[in-house]
Design a protein around this ligand. Structure first.
Ligand SMILES: *[C@@H]1O[C@H](CO)[C@@H](O)[C@H](O)[C@H]1NC(C)=O
Ligand SMILES: *[C@@H]1O[C@H](CO)[C@@H](O)[C@H](O)[C@H]1NC(C)=O
Ligand SMILES: *[C@@H]1O[C@H](CO)[C@@H](O)[C@H](O)[C@H]1NC(C)=O
Ligand SMILES: *[C@@H]1O[C@H](CO)[C@@H](O)[C@H](O)[C@H]1NC(C)=O
Ligand SMILES: [Zn+2]
Length: 314
């Protein structure tokens, strides 16, 4: 009862439900649930991201995914866009993923990135509590669905491939396809055309059989629990300067904004596994560490109880 009352109040008080952010208390990931009910961690259990740890079960039937069209140069052009929350590369038709235990064929729609700041890491998933500098998500939609809203209503409507990004001294020349265009999409709303390149050239091609699998959610609003996650064990490597392009040269504000705000730390906090099974593919390394990030659920509970109090007084 209290929960329902609190919920109605926050729904009504929300001015612009399309708005979310990472850096202000009024719209950061801890308050997304107030505008986007599915983001609420107490009402919905299977959230992403999670910390990958030793609670994992090997499943030998998880062999490499079939990545159709990833080795080829697709026709047409792709579009890079700063949507104010990330840098998104929209790819045309021609690529699809299947196999590796996925329940169907999924067409590749886009890829995008999550990052930290000049002195902090920003992957979404963590490994034994370790946060990588960045994470790339390749988003694929189950091909039986005519549109995204239909896919979001299916618990396995999307298949997202997650890749950690780590840093080394040398530039990643393949990653240059994206880095070269980043300055054209520095501000929110800006787009740039990109000549298609073989998607596989971005990926750790010798280690595609090493991955972790679990059932989770979108890590951005509306946080729909519609994602079969495949998180690859071996990272992609880029240089420090390629990383810095994301952490200090991308802005969440439009070009003509009075105050320019860098887009940084665009990752959602870690959520509990809540009884979910995380599977390790046949070739993945099982994790042994026990380090885990501090739980935030207690803080969240306090927040909701406070809102419940407000609702009861009204
Ligand atoms: C292994 O994974 C497959 C595909 O996801 C599943 O059908 C099967 O039940 C799993 N086996 C075990 C022992 O978990
Ligand atoms: C951030 O990433 C760097 C490079 O991989 C790593 O050396 C460092 O330990 C990471 N920091 C944290 C707090 O995980
Ligand atoms: C998406 O597809 C479903 C199922 O065919 C349909 O009912 C719905 O109207 C479509 N929604 C939009 C926004 O096109
Ligand atoms: C990546 O794959 C290669 C070839 O199978 C293997 O030798 C190497 O150990 C793998 N790297 C990691 C970090 O597991
Ligand atoms: Zn993402």
């Amino acid at each position: 009862m209290i929960w329902t009352a609190a919920f109605l109040v926050v729904l009504v008080s929300c001015a612009d439900p399309e708005d979310y952010c990472y850096d202000e208390p009024s719209c950061d990931p801890y308050s997304w649930g107030e505008s986007f009910p599915l983001c609420h961690p107490l009402l919905e259990l299977h959230h992403s991201p999670i910390n990958l740890d030793h609670h994992m079960i090997r499943n030998d039937s998880l062999q490499p995914l079939h990545l159709e069209g990833f080795e080829e140069v697709q026709t047409g052009h792709w579009t890079l866009e700063n949507d104010g929350h990330s840098v998104v590369l929209r790819v045309g038709s021609g690529m699809a993923v299947s196999g590796g235990g996925l329940p169907g064929t999924y067409h590749t729609v886009q890829l995008h990135f999550h990052w930290g700041g000049p002195a902090s890491n920003g992957s979404e998933h963590t490994v034994d509590g370790h946060r990588y500098p960045m994470e790339m998500h390749i988003v694929n939609m189950k091909s039986i669905h005519p549109n995204v809203s239909a896919a979001l209503d299916d618990p396995t409507g999307l298949a997202v491939l997650g890749f950690f990004i780590d840093v080394v001294y040398a530039d990643n020349l393949h990653f240059g396809h994206i880095s070269q265009k980043l300055s054209s999409v520095a501000h929110k709303g800006q787009t740039a055309k990109i000549k298609p390149f073989p998607m596989m050239s971005l990926l750790p091609k010798h280690n595609m059989s090493q991955y972790y699998r679990y059932q989770g959610s979108l890590t951005t609003p509306p946080c729909s629990q519609a994602v079969v996650w495949t998180v690859y064990e071996v990272p992609i490597y880029i240089s420090w300067s390629q990383l810095a392009q994301f952490t200090s040269q991308i802005f969440s504000t439009e070009e003509d904004a009075e105050q320019v705000t860098p887009l940084q730390n665009n990752f959602r906090h870690i959520h509990p596994s809540s009884g979910r099974t995380v599977l390790a593919s046949r070739d993945a390394t099982l994790l042994t560490g026990t380090a885990a990030p501090p739980p935030r659920s207690a803080l969240r509970l306090l927040h909701v109880v406070t809102l419940g109090g407000i609702a009861l007084r009204l």
